[in-house]
Design a protein around this ligand. Structure first.
Ligand SMILES: Cc1cc2nc3c(=O)[nH]c(=O)nc-3n(C[C@H](O)[C@H](O)[C@H](O)COP(=O)(O)OP(=O)(O)OC[C@H]3O[C@@H](n4cnc5c(N)ncnc54)[C@H](O)[C@@H]3O)c2cc1C
Length: 369
């Protein structure tokens, strides 16, 4: 994301892989006071994480007041596919997203996207991005903070204080990880607590880690971390609910210890996380010394920005009909943010295509006489 942003704005940079270079990793931790990536150093300024607001303030350009045909929120599989379909219909389209690739970037082995027997999420999303970059489409790395309608036009505000206008919207902003809900969680984020093993995993080489969760993502992360870390505790609140393929992989790893009916009740450490307290089903507590934990306990739809704008279901997902129409005319939704039950890349991409075709039809009907 950081590299794509700097490339797009023509900013020269040096990129250092702290997963490979342990000296650089140490320096990065000293400089930023935490372990999460990326860390971007601009002159004397140290930016932790992909902070689109600060980067836009430093390097961004102002978007002109044109009215786009379609504005797509999110550049995961759903948003990028919608973008391809919009561009091919010659619609003046802009995608606003905090990153390019979405959650798929976090999967190290995708075995169910047609056309590839196995591909990493990063490689698959690079291919999506390559395809979109061959087309005429605007792609802005930014965060949408509010959406409203004025007459027939949708107004979108971003965190870097830009205002964009569009005749139709495709909402494809996906999901975000759930939190543990215990004290000090924010304090240790990037300081031993991670929500992205693909991003932060290499920094825990030969360390003791725990993975929290009992679903496919948690098991996938535990297996992945067992190849990097010295030991892995898999902490499952109730029982494991994962596909047989992941259970088989889990059983084959000797350095993974599974603790079911167990939950984390406290996080400990000075600057960095160094131990956790866990409680079993009998209410017995004990401390576990470790260097990091990876949280994989599920996802919440990114619908906070909508605030009464479209109808949501009881899970706060956007309600859609079979053709991706939301409760507001001219607004379509696709992918994990929608009420569609199965959250998968191929389904998000398929619905992205449907949403774009519906947006095209809406524009023909409503704006072209
Ligand atoms: C670890 C892991 C492994 C997985 N493995 C598989 C697999 O093997 N096969 C499979 O089919 N699926 C897999 N999935 C699920 C798959 O990744 C998702 O179903 C898919 O990415 C959903 O696509 P999407 O475009 O709907 O949303 P997302 O991928 O969530 O993309 C949403 C985009 O919107 C952006 N965004 C969010 N809020 C805002 C905002 N306010 N403003 C601007 N932009 C915003 C995000 O930055 C992101 O770019 C996996 C997921 C994870 C986490």
């Amino acid at each position: 994301m950081a590299k794509a942003f700097l490339d797009k704005h023509g900013v020269p940079y040096e990129s250092i892989d702290v997963g490979e270079d342990t000296g650089a990793a140490k320096k990065m931790i000293e400089l930023s006071g935490q372990r999460g990536v990326p860390v971007i150093v601009v002159d004397e300024e140290v930016i932790v994480g992909f902070d689109s607001q600060r980067l836009n303030n430093l390097f961004g350009e102002t978007v002109q007041g044109e009215i786009y045909d379609v504005l797509i929120v999110g550049a995961g599989p759903a948003g990028l596919t919608a973008g391809v379909y919009c561009a091919r219909k010659m619609l003046n389209t802009v995608i606003i997203s905090e990153n390019i690739g979405g959650q798929a970037l976090e999967s190290w082995a995708i075995e169910n996207y047609m056309g590839y027997r196995m591909i990493s999420g990063e490689d698959l999303m690079k291919k999506f991005e390559e395809q979109i970059r061959t087309l005429t489409i605007h792609l802005e790395l930014d965060r949408v903070v509010s959406i409203f309608k004025e007459n027939d036009i949708f107004i979108i505000r971003t965190i870097s204080e830009k205002t964009l206008k569009a005749k139709s919207l495709i909402l494809a902003q996906g999901n975000r990880p759930k939190k543990l809900g215990i004290a000090n969680e924010e304090q240790y984020l990037g300081r031993g607590l991670s929500i992205c093993s693909t991003c932060d995993g290499p920094l825990y080489k030969e360390k003791r880690v725990a993975v929290v969760g009992g679903g496919n993502s948690a098991l996938q992360t535990a297996v992945e971390m067992s190849e990097i870390a010295q030991s892995v505790h898999l902490i499952v609140r109730n029982r494991i609910r994962a596909d047989a393929v992941y259970l088989k992989m889990l059983e084959s790893r000797e350095n993974i210890q599974v603790l079911v009916n167990t939950q984390i009740t406290a996080l400990h450490g000075d600057k960095f996380l160094s131990a956790i307290t866990i409680r079993n089903e009998n209410g017995e507590e004990r401390n576990l010394d470790l260097d990091g934990i990876f949280i994989e306990i599920g996802w919440l739809p990114n619908t906070d920005i909508l605030d009464g704008f479209v109808s949501l279901n009881e899970k706060k997902e956007i309600s859609i009909d079979i053709n991706c129409h939301t409760s507001v005319e001219g607004v379509f939704a696709a992918g994990d943010v929608s009420a569609v039950k199965s959250k998968q890349i191929i389904i998000a991409a398929g619905d992205g295509a449907k949403a774009a075709l519906e947006a095209h039809e809406y524009l023909l009907k409503s704006f072209i006489q």
